[in-house]
Design a protein around this ligand. Structure first.
Ligand code: NA7
Length: 541
């Protein structure tokens, strides 16, 4: 019989969220904690997403980092304004070593199953290493962008060349020299990797389904003065991030109607030159709400694409036609310029769809595209995908895939009715990518920790969200999203990138308000939750 090891908490995943949860629950709370990760090292998404050109595409160095430890801020030096994947991974490795986390993480160990035992008020997991473990609490830090979306083109397996998904990139360097490379997908991963691949490959053919807005990242080295300054101001910056949706600096409160079209144009120009996400968050109030204003910014970016791309036919194919900012905003390093190279061509899949694959290339409606290598930059089954891959079994033997067959219900984005003592970090209904994720993970963990303390102090065995709380949470996040232009676009925020996935806004757009709410619930009467006493017949605790 397999031996089952008992813990207070089991954490699945060792990315930003899982590593912090392990540190906090183990070192700050003194719980017995074990973490499991299928990967060979820490990093989560950053362990897998190693494609050429991979960088943080949100407010980056030094803010895409843990905020809680001033010592950590002081001892780690970021080198560029837009952090590379290698730097993020090195940082997470440093974090794991600094807080001695690796000894409690089992790498290369997939959690194949997780079941709740109602009598024991505990979760039991089984791994692909034949191990079983149980714990009162199951913390799912399984990643918002983890399950790779593999395009289901019939016959794709007929292609005989190498084929890589950007989210599952090999650890060894992939040589492109002398190769004809096809890239399917123009989200962040495609747009970041295409310029890098084009520098080396003989030819790159980009297969584009949706043209995208991308803003120049204007990546540059961080100066020693900037580093000294942010370290000095860290406490204030941290407070500011918490108050401003994860972004530390005040954003402009200008109203578009107070300015002439020429003045507005000058603002867009200035922010375009500044680079990064400024054009999106710092131009005028309401860019993601007001359709007319959004169209003005959209047209400004289209104009920039027309200016950059020399071939008018290629520029035409690159014109985005959705509302600016309603798909994940992309920060690029020479993406549009890449189309001026002789070795890059663009296939617009809307006019020229893929019809089949041969051992030596792709066949579209209008022609053959001989290829040696395929890069699938086709994204992820985002936010809900990793939880459904785990597919835990909750109360009454109900699997999550049954519960979530029509809608990804959660309460506060962290708990699910019918799944007692289970917590998610960045689950559906949480801000996730709409708030700087490392800080979001810290704040979510604080809520989970408060909940665990409450159970311990009151001698309770289990906590569970109610279905009513889930229903009102669902209404609340949709009401917020419906006031914006986001739901009008087919994006992974809406689940629209995966055939058959229920359509639902998967995030919470007001991160600061969301974290206020978590504090309110924890400091109040745990509104929306029911607690069970420790069952005398069980083995909780
Ligand atoms: P994204 O942003 O989901 O982009 C995936 C891209 O792949 C996007 O252009 C998709 O087109 C395209 N796609 C997906 N499936 C297909 C098929 N079947 N055929 C053709 N094209 C397809 O994923 P990324 O990895 O780039 O970025 C994910 C996040 O990681 C990003 O937001 C950052 O936060 C980091 P679509 O637009 O759906 O028409």
């Amino acid at each position: 019989m397999t031996k089952t090891t008992g813990y207070d908490a089991i954490i699945i995943g060792s990315g930003f969220g899982g590593l912090y949860a392990l540190h906090h629950l183990r070192d700050e709370m003194g719980l017995r904690v074990r973490a499991f990760d299928g990967a060979g090292g820490v990093g989560g998404t950053w362990w897998y997403n190693r494609y050429p050109g991979a960088r943080v595409d949100a407010p980056s160095s030094p803010f895409y980092a843990y905020t809680f430890s001033k010592e950590l801020v002081d001892e780690w030096t970021w080198t560029e304004t837009q952090t590379s994947q290698a730097s993020v991974l090195a940082y997470l490795e440093h974090f794991a070593d600094r807080f001695d986390l690796r000894r409690d993480i089992e790498f290369e160990t997939w959690v194949n199953d997780a079941r709740y035992d109602e009598a024991a008020q505990r979760w039991t997991i089984e791994t692909d290493q034949g191990e079983t473990a149980s714990a009162q609490f199951l913390i799912c830090a399984t990643g918002a962008l983890f399950v790779a979306n593999m395009p289901d083109y019939p016959g794709i397996g007929d292609f005989a060349g190498a084929c890589y998904h950007t989210g599952r990139w090999p650890h060894e360097k992939v040589p492109f020299a002398g190769k004809r490379v096809g890239v399917i997908g123009t989200g962040s991963s495609g747009i970041q990797s295409i310029p890098e691949i084009a520098k080396e490959a003989e030819h790159v053919t980009v297969f584009q389904r949706t043209p995208q807005y991308a803003l120049p990242a204007r990546n540059r080295p961080l100066t020693p003065e900037e580093t000294t300054q942010y370290r000095k101001d860290w406490d204030d910056l941290r407070t500011s991030m918490r108050k401003r949706g994860g972004w530390p600096f005040p954003t402009n409160r200008r109203r578009a109607s107070d300015h002439t079209p020429e003045e507005r144009r000058a603002v867009y120009e200035e922010l375009w030159e500044k680079g990064g996400i400024h054009l999106s968050i710092n131009s005028f109030v309401g860019v993601l709400v007001d359709e007319g204003l959004n169209e003005e910014v959209s047209e400004f970016v289209r104009g920039k694409i027309r200016e950059i791309v020399r071939d008018p036919e290629t520029a035409r194919k690159l014109m985005p036609d959705y509302h600016f900012g309603t798909k994940r905003l992309i920060l690029d390093n020479g993406y549009f310029e890449t189309y001026n190279r002789d070795n890059v061509s663009l296939v617009d899949l809307r006019e020229d769809p893929i019809e089949g694959f041969t051992p030596w290339g792709v066949r579209t409606k209008h022609g053959e595209h001989p290829l040696d290598m395929l890069v699938l930059a086709t994204g992820f089954d985002a936010v809900s995908g990793s939880m459904l891959k785990l597919n835990p079994m909750g109360r009454g033997g109900v699997r999550l895939e049954r519960k979530w067959s029509g809608r990804f219900d959660s309460y506060l984005g962290t708990t699910i009715a019918g799944f007692p003592n289970l917590f998610m970090i960045h689950g559906p209904g949480a801000p996730g990518v709409f708030f700087t994720m490392p800080l979001g993970g810290e704040l979510t963990t604080a809520f989970i920790a408060d909940c665990i303390c409450h159970l311990r102090e009151k001698d309770l065995g289990a906590v569970e969200a109610t279905e009513d709380a889930e229903a009102s949470w669902n209404r609340e996040i949709n009401e917020i999203a419906d006031r914006t232009l986001y739901p009008r676009t087919n994006s992974w925020y809406m689940g629209a990138n995966i055939p058959g996935k229920p359509r639902q806004f998967l995030g919470h757009l007001r991160g600061s308000q969301y974290f206020d709410r978590l504090v309110e619930v924890a400091e109040g009467d745990w509104d929306g939750f029911v607690f069970e006493p420790i069952r005398k017949d069980g083995a909780s605790g």
